[in-house]
Design a binder for this molecule. Structure first.
Ligand code: ATP
Length: 332
């Protein structure tokens, strides 16, 4: 019998209530993820890219079963985590771990490194005897290049790069098959970003780890992933081998992301600031069933794009794009 895919995601949808602009305004929802499918095999790496607010983080919460989808399904190693009994869900969670953007925010400042890294073992792997936990923690720290001297330190006593290594060690301690990393280097100094990215590459090679890597930074995704999925307003609009997609985009949004990195960066930072001040309003130009999600911004849009919704169609080896004019965008 063939082994099921490590991760199989089909048409997942996740909607959130919109903040009301006025008490009398009708309640609405934003579809943060609007019907995305993806597959990931053991040892594979997939980058999820797109602008701020396109649904990358929501998608990563769905695939790690931190949230259930409103529609569609997520299967991890053949199991739907949202229907599993509690003990079976625990066993499955060991196999999928997450690394977040801000290690300062995701590591408890009152806990030692030893306790932080051991935490998933206590919660998800109660079968690992207490006496063995410290050895497992030391092994996970060694895997990220930290020695036993780190065990009794607190997060504020180490550098930003080391904090992210600790977060990665915590993700590795249950010996997962898949790590989902959500912007894991964007809070780090540029000088340490490369070290952490190389650590992900190294861990993949040594442990056969599958990696789902969320980032707004195309260069970062290019460095660490073999395949990429580009999102716009909750939709997957292009997917395929990373190098092929980023060097010769088939969707106008991929081309815009690639061409306008400084502009996108500025917008990303602006929105990140706005989010801290309160949730930014979602784009007004998109309604489900209202033609192509990208058409309002698309330099290539034609009348047809307002009448029909493009679906992902093959555009090359292992590649697909959701654009009626993909072949023209590719210049072929
Ligand atoms: N818990 C939530 N409650 C309400 N709205 C949410 C929630 N999480 C996400 N959203 C909304 O869903 C949309 C997608 O957000 P998400 O954080 O998934 O995007 P993102 O691409 O990861 O953005 P960023 O790069 O800024 O993190 C946004 O409009 C956001 O405001």
């Amino acid at each position: 019998m063939t082994e099921p895919a490590l991760l199989a995601v089909r048409d997942v949808v996740r909607a959130y209530p919109l903040p009301r602009r006025h008490p009398l305004a009708p309640a609405g929802t934003v579809r943060a993820v609007a019907g995305v499918s993806l597959d990931l095999a053991r040892g594979e790496s997939l980058g999820i890219v797109g602008e701020s607010g396109c649904g990358k983080s929501t998608l990563s919460r769905l695939v790690t079963a931190l949230e259930p989808p409103d529609a569609g399904r997520v299967h991890i190693a053949g199991h739907d985590p949202n229907t599993l009994p509690r003990m079976a869900l625990r066993r499955l969670r060991r196999r999928v771990q997450m690394v977040f953007q801000d290690p300062m925010g995701s590591l408890d400042p009152r806990w030692t490194v030893a306790r932080i890294v051991a935490e998933p073992l206590a919660g998800l792997a109660p079968d690992v005897p207490r006496a063995d936990r410290r050895a497992r923690v030391a092994e996970a720290l060694a895997a990220v290049g930290l020695g036993a001297e780190a065990l009794d330190l607190y997060p504020h006593q180490v550098s930003g790069g080391q904090r992210q290594r600790i977060a990665i060690a915590r993700a590795l301690v249950t010996d997962p098959d898949l790590v989902v990393a959500d912007e894991p280097v964007s809070a780090l100094d540029v000088s340490v970003q490369a070290q952490v990215l190389n650590l992900f590459l190294d861990l993949r090679a040594r442990r056969g780890l599958a990696l789902l890597f969320v980032s707004h930074d195309l260069d970062v995704v290019r460095h660490v992933t073999e395949r990429v999925l580009v999102m716009v307003h909750g939709h997957a609009v292009e997917t395929g081998p990373t190098e092929a997609v980023l060097s010769r985009p088939a969707h106008p949004h991929t081309a815009a992301l690639r061409a306008a990195v400084p502009r996108i960066e500025a917008a990303w930072e602006g929105r990140a600031r706005a989010r801290h001040a309160g949730a930014p309003p979602p784009p007004e130009d998109v309604r489900p069933g209202d033609g192509c999600v990208y058409r309002a911004r698309c330099p290539w849009a034609v009348d047809h794009c307002a009448r029909a919704v493009p679906t992902l169609e093959p555009v090359g080896p292992g590649r697909s794009a959701a654009c009626f004019r993909a072949r023209e965008v590719m210049g072929g």
